[in-house]
Design a protein around this ligand. Structure first.
Ligand code: ATP
Ligand code: FE2
Length: 333
């Protein structure tokens, strides 16, 4: 990353991410070089208030765009495309990113593409790890999904039927005053814990984390916090690994790709890694900067989509709060 002159005939895309509490601006070239990837985290005392997050994004987007251009040593007119996260996500946040992207595109006469946030997680993972055709385990604050490519789309093999894995950990941490986001604090405490039984809920190929959250909170009233953190992680991750293992066999893939902010968890990586080696598959973990929400993943999916022929008129760029991974035609594969 860093400042460098634009090469001749290079196609550069700026990606704007703002589906939840993080705001990201990244610039990626058609060769897959990430020139810059700036992320601004909103300080969270508790859960995410959509309207507050939207205000945060509106306040910080202009300077983040300026900083990204400066860091890359580029001017707006040297870009070829603007991409933004069109969904899924929180309505007010999505609309701020969309309005900013439309304004930039109109002002600088650039084409605009709204892209799917979940698919962007998968594609930046493939780009940065070299995974060719992985089963993707996407775990974040808002999503928990096991997907694989089949017949032109990323098909969902298993997913949560209530709250996301990251949300389960965050709510647990928040109730116990461990701070937000909860993942790092719970991971640290879990290192000194030992196992206590908690409800393990896998329904067919789907996962349920809300009962586990309630039971873990109840257990924390009488047991040591380290033990409960350890048991929460072990149970939640084992459920995910079980679904991933069955999906891996069913989808006949040889690679497992981690995506989403929960993917930085070392214990989760360990457990998935063990399953992979038993199945003769390879676990691929992208660098932390691209595991969580970021602008480069949106820029890269913009590049892939545009070069595969995707086009959107301005009036076709409305946000989509609910937009499933398996509704997107994968034109570039
Ligand atoms: P999405 O919009 O895709 O749902 P998000 O807004 O939740 O994403 P991410 O950056 O992908 O953003 O993920 C954030 C989540 O990752 C939070 O729930 C956070 O607690 C979790 N997380 C971060 N670090 C860890 C960790 N070490 N262990 C477990 N979870 C973690
Ligand atoms: Fe995300």
């Amino acid at each position: 990353m860093g400042s460098r002159a634009k090469q001749d005939a290079e196609f550069l895309c700026m990606g704007i991410e703002g589906t939840a509490e993080k705001l990201g601006v990244g610039i990626v070239s058609d060769s897959g070089e990430i020139l810059v990837n700036r992320v601004k985290h909103m300080k969270l005392a508790e859960g995410i208030h959509p309207s507050e997050a939207a205000q945060h994004h509106a306040a910080h987007l202009p300077s983040l765009v300026r900083q990204a251009l400066e860091e890359a040593g580029l001017e707006m007119r040297e870009l070829s495309l603007i991409a933004f996260s069109r969904g899924p996500g929180l309505g007010p946040c999505l609309r701020v990113a969309a309005v900013a992207a439309r304004t930039l595109a109109l002002k600088h006469r650039l084409p605009l593409l709204g892209v799917n946030h979940c698919v962007a997680h998968i594609e930046i993972g493939r780009l940065t790890t070299g995974a060719e055709d992985p089963l993707t385990v996407y775990v974040s604050g808002g999503n928990t999904q096991v997907t694989a490519f089949a017949k032109g789309r990323y098909r969902v093999f298993g997913e949560t039927i209530d709250i996301a894995l990251g949300n389960c950990i965050d709510q647990f941490a928040r109730e116990l005053g461990l701070g937000m986001p909860g993942g790092p604090a719970v991971e640290k405490l879990a290192k000194k814990g030992s196992y206590l039984p908690l409800p393990y809920v896998v329904k067919g190929m789907d996962l349920s984390y809300s009962g586990l959250l309630t039971a873990a909170l109840r257990l924390a009233e009488k047991e040591s916090l380290a033990d409960v953190c350890f048991s929460l992680q072990e149970t939640a991750f084992a459920m995910l690994v079980e679904v991933a293992e069955r999906a891996l066999v069913q989808a006949e893939k040889r690679e497992v790709l981690l995506a989403g902010g929960v993917g930085v968890n070392v214990r989760l990586q360990e457990m998935l890694g063990e399953m992979c080696s038993e199945q003769g598959a390879e676990l691929l973990v992208p660098p932390a900067e691209v595991l969580g929400d970021n602008g480069a993943m949106i820029a890269w999916l913009g590049v892939l989509s545009y070069l595969a022929g995707a086009r959107q008129r301005l009036e076709e760029t409305q946000v989509r709060q609910r937009w499933r991974t398996d509704e997107v035609d994968v034109l570039w594969r």
